[in-house]
Design a binder for this molecule. Structure first.
Ligand SMILES: [Zn+2]
Ligand SMILES: [Zn+2]
Length: 340
């Protein structure tokens, strides 16, 4: 089968690989759509530990069951989406509903850390981490379930509800989807900050964003704070930029919650945080319940991000990754369409 691998620093290309085989625990998915994640770009930049090993990235994908054994709960042809987690189910974290902190979370997870993923014609996924899709979720839309779940986990970490006013810093896929999830959870007001003009326009056109602020505006601090004079209930930092992270933190009300979804340079620590009793949450991956919740919300039309996926071909991977790197590819999400 055809697959993509990181061949070296800033080099991604096609390889031939053996098609995976189903067994008692795993089914084989014929991948139809696989999204490109910002974390895949880190592999591209640094080549990482997996360069040259024929490792197949790709952890945001959907498709149809190609091969499965009796008792799996699936049938050949089922439309499905894969989860990129594999928690043990036994440890302290699994037992307390936090599989994302399990030491085994990625041990058998496709496309995250060394187990072949979805940048391929076929991918093998553990049966308990495959979900059938409702008829009204397209396979293209389904390829965005995983990143939406990353955002939903952040929204839940901040306990967003009907009374919340929420500030999202950073309008890439995770920030934009965090705004969509916050609105789906009933948030009263959702503001978003972003520096890239193309992304500002996309956020302005999104009906789940109430207001967009240009991160390069020197008066952004005052303008954002004017929208919530007592401070925001929850800030969700999705930019990785220090100025934005500081805005997210210092725009909170007393007792407010900062959720950090981006891996970046962080914010300034000072004693103001102590007197305001800020709650600061790291947020990684998602829970199985959140994954199922996002599928339901998409099926009910409460989260609709389908138009943010631009379909591309695996053959064009090098050019697409270079475009993501140099900013000439501004779409919220690029998705390999395996029929291209
Ligand atoms: Zn991702
Ligand atoms: Zn565990």
């Amino acid at each position: 089968m055809k697959a993509l691998t990181i061949k070296g620093v800033r080099e991604i290309g096609m390889i031939e690989k053996e098609k995976p085989v189903a067994d008692e625990r795993f089914s084989v998915i014929k991948v139809t759509h696989a999204g490109i994640c910002g974390s895949d770009l880190h592999l591209f930049w640094a080549a990482g530990a997996f360069a040259g090993t024929n490792y197949v990235p790709g952890h945001e994908f959907a498709g149809v069951i190609e091969e499965t054994l009796p008792g799996s709960g699936f049938e050949v042809g089922d439309r499905v989406v894969a989860m990129d987690i594999s928690p043990c189910g036994e440890c302290e974290y699994c037992k307390s509903g936090r599989p994302q902190l399990c030491d085994m979370c990625f041990a058998e997870a496709p496309g995250v850390s060394g187990v072949d993923g979805g940048y391929a014609e076929y991918s093998k996924v553990r049966n308990d981490f495959i979900r059938k899709l409702p008829d009204n979720i397209s396979l293209q839309h389904a390829a965005m379930i995983e990143p939406v779940c990353i955002s939903m986990h952040g929204v839940n970490m901040g306990n967003v509800n009907e009374d919340s006013n929420v500030l999202v810093t950073g309008g890439g896929a995770i920030g934009l989807f965090a705004a969509a999830c916050a609105k789906a959870k009933g948030a009263k007001y959702v503001a978003l900050t972003e520096a890239n003009p193309g992304r500002i326009k996309i956020a302005e056109e999104a009906d789940f964003v109430d207001e967009v602020f240009n991160a390069l505006d020197p008066e952004i601090g005052e303008k954002v704070k004017a929208k919530a004079p007592k401070g925001f209930d929850i800030s969700i930092e999705c930019s990785g930029n220090s100025a934005a992270a500081n805005l997210a933190l210092w725009s909170l009300k007393k007792g407010g919650d900062l959720v950090v979804l981006a891996v970046g340079n962080g914010f300034d620590y000072n004693y103001g945080m102590v007197f305001a009793e800020y709650h600061i949450h790291g947020s990684v991956m998602f829970t199985v319940e959140e994954f199922d919740d996002v599928i339901r919300l998409m099926s009910e039309g409460k989260i609709d991000v389908e138009k943010y996926g631009e379909l591309v071909a695996m053959e064009d991977a090098q050019e697409i990754f270079e475009g993501l790197d140099n900013g000439s590819r501004p779409a919220v999400k690029y998705i390999y369409d395996m029929s291209k």
